[in-house]
Write a protein that binds this ligand. Structure first.
Ligand SMILES: *Cc1c(COP(=O)(O)O)cnc(C)c1O
Length: 229
């Protein structure tokens, strides 16, 4: 099933991307979200061409990292606690969930201690949901500049998680707004930042996210089926 699902997701992304206007028809990077799925499922997806893996818990990612006999790029997509920053920088190529100065500082220190420049995205809580992490948009600029100034971090873009609306079309204005913010951020003057990625869209809403300009999507259920908890 995984191979077929993956092909379907890929086709959907490609079809949607091609419908965008010529100036933003850039490639969309698919991150296969493997939380709560095992190593064998991961291997199947990787052997079918997945190059990017997303996990949201450090402990689970660490166990899989040690076991997985395949070379992939690891993404931390879930909330990170500052006391786990040290472990996170050892595992992940890109951390999508920087949402406070406090956390940015902890990651910067942890990365420095192993001589790494950690690539990060800043997570925005555009819908201002209490239950979700992410920085409010009015505080975004200040955090972006602070991250840019940290010697062991490289800012690569923005991430957001849309609310779980009953009617998925309600996500569209939020994604459109995120794309607008992303383009403004690209115009900002930074020292080391390289603003390339807008990470938005999950199984139920990635088709809309891609239509609205996402160039990184995080799909779990659509590839691996429902998670068993
Ligand atoms: C679990 C998760 C996903 C993937 O969710 P699906 O609905 O299974 O595609 C994407 N992003 C984040 C931040 C997640 O925690």
């Amino acid at each position: 099933m995984i191979v077929e699902n993956l092909a379907k997701v890929r086709d959907n992304i490609e079809d949607t991307r091609k419908k965008r206007s010529p100036e933003n028809r850039e490639d969309v990077r698919l991150i296969a979200v493997t939380k709560n799925h095992d190593i064998n499922e991961m291997r199947q997806a990787i052997d079918a061409g997945v190059t990017d893996i997303g996990e949201n818990r450090i402990q689970e990612a660490k166990e899989k990292f040690d076991k997985l006999d395949r070379k992939v790029t690891w993404h931390l997509i879930g909330h990170l606690q500052t006391n786990k920053a040290k472990q996170a920088v050892k595992l992940f190529e890109l951390i999508h969930s920087v949402d406070s100065l406090h956390l940015a500082k902890a990651i910067n220190t942890a990365a420095g201690s192993i001589g790494k420049v950690q690539k990060v995205l800043v997570q925005v809580n555009l819908a201002r949901e209490e239950s979700k992490s992410g920085i409010f948009v009015e505080d975004l600029e200040e955090l972006l500049h602070a991250v840019d100034e940290m010697p062991n971090l490289q800012l690569m873009g923005l991430m957001c998680i849309a609310p779980n609306y009953e009617n998925v079309e309600e996500c569209r204005p939020l994604f459109a707004k995120m794309y607008e913010i992303f383009n403004k951020v690209k115009e900002m003057t930074f020292t080391t930042a390289n603003i390339l990625y807008l990470s938005m869209g999950m199984t139920h809403d990635y088709h809309i996210a891609v239509e609205e300009g996402a160039n990184m999507v995080r799909v779990g259920t659509g590839i691996f089926g429902p998670r068993q908890y």
